[in-house]
Design a protein around this ligand. Sequence first.
Ligand SMILES: Nc1ncnc2c1ncn2[C@@H]1O[C@H](COP(=O)(O)OP(=O)(O)OP(=O)(O)O)[C@@H](O)[C@H]1O
Ligand SMILES: [Mg+2]
Length: 242
Amino acid sequence: MKPWSELLKMNPEDRAAYMALPEVAAEMAEDERKSREAKEERERRDAAYFAARQPEEAKCLMVSVGVPRRAVGIVIEKADETEAIKAASEADDLLVLSGSPGCGKTIAAALWVWQYLRDPKRWTANDYDRQINFKGSVPIWVTAARLSRWDRYDEEAMKALLTTRRLVVDDLGGEYLDKNGFYTGLLDELVNEREANRRATIFTTNLNAKAFRDRYGERIYDRIKEGGRFIACGNVSLRKAS
Ligand SMILES: Nc1ncnc2c1ncn2[C@@H]1O[C@H](COP(=O)(O)OP(=O)(O)OP(=O)(O)O)[C@@H](O)[C@H]1O
Ligand SMILES: [Mg+2]
């Protein structure tokens, strides 16, 4: 077959007649088939690359979101089903996981974040630079101690806390409670806003229902009971003696 540079110089009728010649048409069809196959092969390779890459990226994001590394390791390797996990799995409301130390609350909350981050639908792949990016709302993980130091006047930081699709506040109960009620005010706003806008939230705590109500007040406790769940998830420690 003549090269394209030559074909383009021909007048249109001659070119059409030339391209209609059976051996030329057959050669063109063959070229087309080859380039289609090459494209399909490239797409298969890209898809396999991104499928292998996505869990790795999701794992990095788990760590950068603040999920404790120890918990990341356990949920990715394989977490056993526990009471806490049953309650937390795909939770889309306000959930308090209450239970004694070691019963698996932090692991359950970490698995909940992982279920969200590992979903390939929440990622976009860019063939051009072979980048893969999370396109959803990035979850937030804070310990209650860190939440008590949260800057309530930093609008961006507050907005992130109130609007993220998945928020975990780990270990309520051990943080410092100021006498002016500043922290309870923050918690109250968080619970109210997130419940009103159906933003999924998990709190973990060693406090039982009564101690929780005594510490944070009737209002916060009632809102959780109304718009969510307060689950007692066991008093057996799963921590291995070491
Ligand atoms: N689903 C699980 N599968 C396997 N191991 C688990 C699971 N849940 C908990 N464990 C084991 O128990 C340990 C303690 O779990 P985790 O940190 O979740 O407890 P916790 O309830 O958050 O305790 P604390 O109240 O002290 O924060 C983990 O480090 C892990 O070894
Ligand atoms: Mg914990």
